[in-house]
Design a protein around this ligand. Sequence first.
Ligand code: LLP
Length: 454
Amino acid sequence: MAGRPSAPRPPVTPDLKTAADLMPVLPMTAEVKDGRLWIGGVDMVELAHEAGTALYVMDEATIRHQLQEYVRWTTYHWRDVDVVFAGKAFMSLAMCRIVAEEGCCLDVSSGGELAFARRAGVPMERIYVHGNNKTPLELTECLDAGVGRIVVDSFEEMDRLSALAAERSVTQKVLIRVTPGVEADTHDFIMTGAEDSKFGFGRNQGLAMQAVERAIALPGIDFDGLHMHIGSQIFALRSFAKAIEVIVEFIAEIKERTGVEVHMLDTGGGLGIAYGLPDEPSTIKDYGKVVVDGIKEECVKHGLTVPAMAVEPGRSIVANAGVTLYTVGSIKEIPGIRTYVAVDGGMSDNIRTSLYDAHYEALIANKADQPREMVRTVAGKHCESGDIVVNDAPLQRVDVGDVLCVCATGAYCQSMSSNYNKQVRPGVVFVRDGEWRFVVRRETYEDLLHNEVG
Ligand code: LLP
C-alpha cells in the first residue's frame, strides 16, 4: 500500500537549523566538518564533485545497524524470528549481500528481484516470495530456485503452484496472506469491515479459512502459516498489536476447525521512520516487544503453541541510511510567490513527493554549518510542473553550483525511479569508514538505447 504523508507539518518558515539539528533524519555516521556534511567518513561535497550528481549515497553502517537492531530486539523475545528485508524498498547486489551477511532473509516480489537475490548468492531457503499476481513463469522460477517460502495471495495462484510443484515432485512451503481487517494509519489504526484490498484473503465470507483448508489439502504444497501486512510508515505500535489480536484469533479458529497448528506467523513490515524533524517514530526495540511479545501473549491466551515468526521491514532499514545529492543549476524567483531552486534530478529519481505528497528535509552540503535562513522549493528538471523534490524547504542561502542534499531518501526512491524524459538514473554509492564505492553505476545513454530495436 502507498506510504502515507508523515506527521502534519507546521507552517514553513526559515527555521535557522543547521545540519547538526538534522541528525534525526540523517545516517548515523553523519557529521559536520569544515562547514560541510560528511557521511561514513566521506565529504559529501567532494564526493558530489568526484562521482557526479544526481547521486544516491547510502551509509553501510546505518544499514547494518538497523538490520542488527531488528535481529536483536525480535530474537530477544523469541528464539525463532526471521528478519526479512523487503527488497522493494531498495535492492542491489550489494544490498542483498549485506542482508545475507547479517543473517537476515529477503522478501522478493517479482522474478526480477529473485534474479538479483540469486546473482548475489543469497541462500534460497532465506527467500520469501510476495506479489498478488505471480506469473506461472515466476512461480516456476521460484520452484526451480528452491525458495524458502511463497506467500500465496489468490486461489488461482495456489492451484497453479500446487500443479507446478506436483509436476516436479517437490513440496513448497507456503504462507497464506490474510487481510486482517485492520488498516494502519500513521498515528492509529482503523478496522475495515469491507476488507477492500487487492492483497490476500479477507476473513469475511470465510475466504481466508477456505484458503487455509485448500492449502492443507492440495498436493505439492506444505501449509506453513500465515502472513499479513497492514501498511507502511506506521507510527502507532497499537496498530500492530490490534492486527496481531485478530490474526492469532484466526490461528485458534484454524486449529479448532482443522486440527492443524500454524507453524509460522509473518506480520509483514511497516514501521515508520523520521522524514521530517517533527516525526517521532517508534523504536525497533519497542516494535520488537509489541510484535513478538504480543504474538506470544495472544497465543498463550488461546492455548496455542507459539509459532516461528517473521517480520519484513523495508523502509526502516534503508530510508535514513540514504541521501540524494544534487547540484543546483538555476534559481528562479517569482516575486511575492516563491523561489524555485532547480536541481539536476527530480521525479525520475524521487517520485514520492509528487505521488504521495511526501516531505523531506534538505540542506546545502557545502554550507552545512550555516542556518537555514530561507524557504525554497526544490524543483526537478523534468517537463512537468508537478516535478518537485521538496516543497517549501527551509534551506541555507542557495547559490548556483551548491551541492543540495535531500535526507532520508534511502527507501522507495531508487527502487521507484524511472527514465522519464530519457533521464539517466543516478548511480548508488555506498560509504563506509572514509571510503566510497559505486554499487550501482550511473546509467549512460547507451544503457537507455540498449533495448531499442532498429
Ligand atoms: N512486506 C510486504 C508484503 C509489503 O508489501 C511491504 C511494503 C513491506 C513488507 C515493507 O514495508 P515497509 O517496512 O517498507 O513499510 N512505495 C511506498 C511504500 C509501499 C510499501 C509497499 N509494501 C512509499 O514510497 O512510501
